[in-house]
Write a protein that binds this ligand. Structure first.
Ligand code: TYD
Length: 208
């Protein structure tokens, strides 16, 4: 059996990733591709428990270093229990956020050193790098407004200032350039249909 493909969705708050993950899953299934949907932090029983610890509480609850390790602890369990077994069974895995979120949120946003994050990534993600990463990009104010519409400050990160979110956006775009072999920037402005068409164009162009 051939190995499945690993696709990650990344970007700031309110980019509409979750809706697009669901749409992509449907479209892949229509094409006869066996795919699973998962998310981070979370995606396995243990990782969902770590998610609750990591995302709840005061904004300053964890230092950037501690937070980075919590994210990678969750990621390690998720890779072992969910992602690698699915890929080995030939299934495609579509994951809402992955290691680039640690680079952006804990690294650029929180100030955790980049080499610390890369060391953890090499040890924990290793060869299980995404085949394709879609980086959803849109102006910070538009994203935050969309996120507010969903219910004010759902996570600790949504409640941080504009400048924090601008740093995230810049880092995601930088990652897209640094790792252009696996990353495609998706313009997340406009309606759901338009964004879904951009997502599918990227999948067709890179993976089919
Ligand atoms: P979620 O409600 O799933 O946010 P979104 O809908 O924006 O994806 O919450 C996930 C939060 O976790 C989000 O604010 C980003 C953050 N996060 C990190 O800070 N580091 C990470 O490595 C990951 C995977 C997520």
């Amino acid at each position: 059996m051939t190995h499945g493909r690993f696709i990650t969705f990344e970007g700031g708050e309110g980019a509409g990733k979750s809706t697009q993950v669901a749409r992509l899953l449907e479209r892949l299934r229509e094409h006869g591709i066996d795919a699973i949907r998962t998310r981070e932090p979370g995606g396995s029983t243990g990782a969902e428990e770590i998610r609750n610890i990591a995302l709840n509480g005061d904004a300053g609850r964890w230092s950037p270093l501690t937070e980075t390790m919590l994210m990678f602890a969750a990621r390690s369990d998720h890779l072992e229990k969910t992602i690698r077994p699915a890929l080995e069974a030939g299934r495609w895995v579509v994951c809402d956020r992955f290691a680039d979120s640690s680079r952006a949120y804990q690294g650029a946003g929180g100030g955790a050193p980049a080499d610390f994050i890369e060391t953890l990534d090499a040890a924990i993600v290793g060869d299980t790098q995404p085949d394709l990463t879609l980086i959803f990009d849109l102006p910070v104010e538009v994203g935050l407004e969309r996120a507010f519409g969903r219910g004010l400050f759902e996570t600790r990160f949504e409640s941080k200032g504009l400048e924090f979110h601008e740093r995230l956006r810049r880092r995601f775009l930088e990652i897209a350039q640094e790792k252009s072999e696996r990353c495609v920037v998706i313009d997340a402005t406009g309606d759901e249909e338009a964004v879904a068409a951009r997502v599918w164009a990227a999948i067709e162009g890179r993976l089919l």
